[in-house]
Each structure stands twice: as C-alpha cells, then as structure tokens.
Design a protein around this ligand. Structure first.
Ligand code: NAD
Length: 312
C-alpha cells in the first residue's frame, strides 16, 4: 500500500519541493502529509502540487517549536501511522556573535534542534511498536563542519547530528531507519531571508574590523560560493526520494559533489588544522579569487569522492 510521509516546513524551498515530488510519484506510492506553521502560506505549495492536492497530498498545520502543535498534528494523522518522517523545517542565522542576542540563538536551536527532537519523540514510539519506519533529517554540510559567521546555525545542526548519530543505534534494533541529508548551498528563500536580515543589521557592540570581515570579505565570497555550486530544491528533493527508496539507506548523505572535498578536509586531518587553515586561506587570502579557487576545487573533486555523494 501507500506509504504515509509527513514533512515539516512545506510552505517554501526544499520542503515544498519534496512534498510535490513525492505526491507526484508516477506509481502513487506516497500519501504525503505536507505540514506548515502558517496555513495562510499554502498557495505556493498547492499551485505546485496541482491536482495531486486532495489525492496524494494533504495539508496539516504544524509548528515544530510548539509541543501542543506537534501533538495535535500527529493526533490528526489516521491511527497516528507515519511511515516516513521528514524533518525539514529550519532557520538560518548569520553574523558576528557579538551582535546576536541569546534569545535569537535560542530560537534557532528551538527550531533546528528541539524542533526535530519534538517530532521524533512524538512519532518514534508508534514506529517502535510497528518495528518499522524511516526518519529523515535535513541537516547541512554545516552539520559536519563549522563555517565562519554561521557559528550558531552550525552549532544547531551539529547538535542534531550528534543526537541522531546516537539515536541511530537503538533505532536499528527496532528496524527504524535514520538518514541525515547534508546539502551544501541551495537556492531557496533561506538565502534571501538571511541576506535581508543582514541588510537590516546595524551590528551593535561589534568592532569595525569584524564588521568589515563579515560584510566585505565573508558575504561576497559566500555569494560566490552559492553561485559556483548552489543546487536547486529539485536536486535535494530527488536525493531525498532516492534515499527513502533505497534498500539500505545510508546514515549520512552529502548531496553536492563540489562541496564534498571541503568536507573531506576535516576527515583527512583529525587535528582540525587542515580544515581551519584552508577556510582561513579561502577567506582571507583567496577571497578576491574565489572563482578561481572554486574552479580548482572542482578539478580536485576526484571520482572517488564523487561516489561518496548521493547525486540528484
Ligand atoms: P526555507 O526558508 O525556504 O524553508 C524552511 C521552511 O521551514 C520554511 O517553509 C519555514 O516556514 C519553515 N519553518 C521555520 N520555522 C518553522 C517552525 N517553527 N515550524 C514549522 N516550519 C517552520 O529554506 P530551505 O533552504 O528550504 O530550508 C529547509 C531546510 O534545509 C532547513 O532545515 C535548512 O537548514 C536546510 N538547508 C538549507 C540549505 C540552503 O542553502 N538553503 C543548505 C543546507 C541545509
């Protein structure tokens, strides 16, 4: 029969595209429950879903930051039966830590980390009883490796990676699969929202050098990286479909073969020196030559690393 897939954060970006891709599966193998915090934002999803809406796709309200909302949503699912849970909802946070309040940082953790924990706590007991299920988590390459000026976002994704790496072991005993997806840059509203946030920032309490490194060195090179290697939400949706359809889904799934060499640096040198120094050089020494650096990186991506990446 059809598999019930519940996805968080479907009003835009990657979540929207995963919902539509699964709902339009040619063999109609999925009953998609697309959830979003604010149902007023449903139009873009419904337009993309077309006549799948009401057939293989339905909508439910869900705010991953609210215990009550999570419980109510899962109680509204028939028999609380979810075969595949896709934790996609997430928020970014960019900028020098001196200018970010602890409350803003907590909001990021409440969404990216506790949001996933809330969902898993609510859905896992039923999966355990049935001895089946698949939990998918949208992590990021920043769940594996720190990136300058993304300190708190990175920390929230690391927290989730650690949580899931620990959970995966007991879940295996219950025949429940757990997969992380680690995209590099993806062109979505995520990028736009962050740039808008940055434009509004006035950097209280931050020294002039740090502001300059952030605005004049980091931001332009970050935009270059998005341009040079950004994937589309469609790419990530295709990877996600491959992962849930795989006989033996991998635990970690990098989606971007151009970014894989950067992540590989961390695993090539366990002291951390290689990755920290390379990031330093990329930012402060090659900054203006980022395009050239990116071309070199592309050449360095040997076929063996490509094979480690799940292609769209
Ligand atoms: P997006 O901003 O388009 O989508 C994020 C979605 O999460 C939005 O629909 C938003 O409304 C929703 N959301 C936020 N807080 C929520 C809450 N409390 N409850 C329910 N929904 C909530 O951005 P995206 O790029 O599609 O991001 C999706 C996921 O992919 C995120 O977890 C993000 O960290 C991850 N990711 C994005 C990129 C990228 O470059 N865009 C790269 C790697 C990983």
């Amino acid at each position: 029969g059809q598999k019930v897939v519940l996805i968080t954060g479907c009003s835009s970006g990657i979540g929207l595209r995963i919902a539509v891709t699964l709902a339009k599966d040619e063999k109609k193998r999925y009953h998609v429950i697309a959830t979003m915090r604010d149902l007023k934002k449903k139009d873009k999803l419904l337009e993309a879903a077309g006549d799948a809406y009401g057939k293989t796709l339905m909508l439910l309200q869900l705010d991953v930051c609210s215990d009550d909302s999570v419980k109510e949503c899962i109680n509204n699912v028939k028999d609380r039966h979810i075969d595949i849970l896709i934790n996609n909802a997430g928020v970014g946070l960019l900028g020098p830590v001196e200018s970010i309040s602890i409350d803003e940082m907590k909001r990021v953790f409440d969404t990216n980390f506790f949001g996933v924990v809330r969902m898993i706590k609510e859905v896992m007991p039923d999966m355990k009883k049935r001895r089946s299920g698949h939990i998918v988590v949208m992590s990021s390459v920043m769940g594996l490796q720190g990136v300058v000026f993304n300190d708190v976002y990175t920390a929230s994704k690391f927290a989730m990676e650690g949580f899931c790496e620990s959970m995966a072991v007991q879940l295996m005993k219950f025949n429940i699969r757990l997969s992380m997806i680690e995209p590099g840059p993806v062109h979505t509203e995520f990028e736009t929202k962050m740039m808008e946030d940055v434009a509004k920032m006035d950097f209280p309490g931050v020294d002039a050098d740090t502001v300059r490194y952030f605005k004049d060195v980091y931001l332009p090179s970050s935009i270059d990286i998005f341009e040079a290697m950004g994937q589309t939400p469609e790419d990530i949706a295709k990877c996600t479909k491959k992962i849930i359809e795989s006989e033996r889904p991998r635990f970690r799934n990098l989606t971007n073969s151009l970014y894989t060499p950067i992540v590989a640096l961390k695993y090539a040198d366990e002291t951390g020196g290689l990755s920290v120094n390379t990031f330093y050089n990329l930012l402060f020494n090659f900054g203006p030559l980022m395009h050239i650096t990116m071309s070199i990186l592309k050449c360095l991506t040997c076929s063996c690393l490509r094979r480690r990446t799940i292609s769209p």
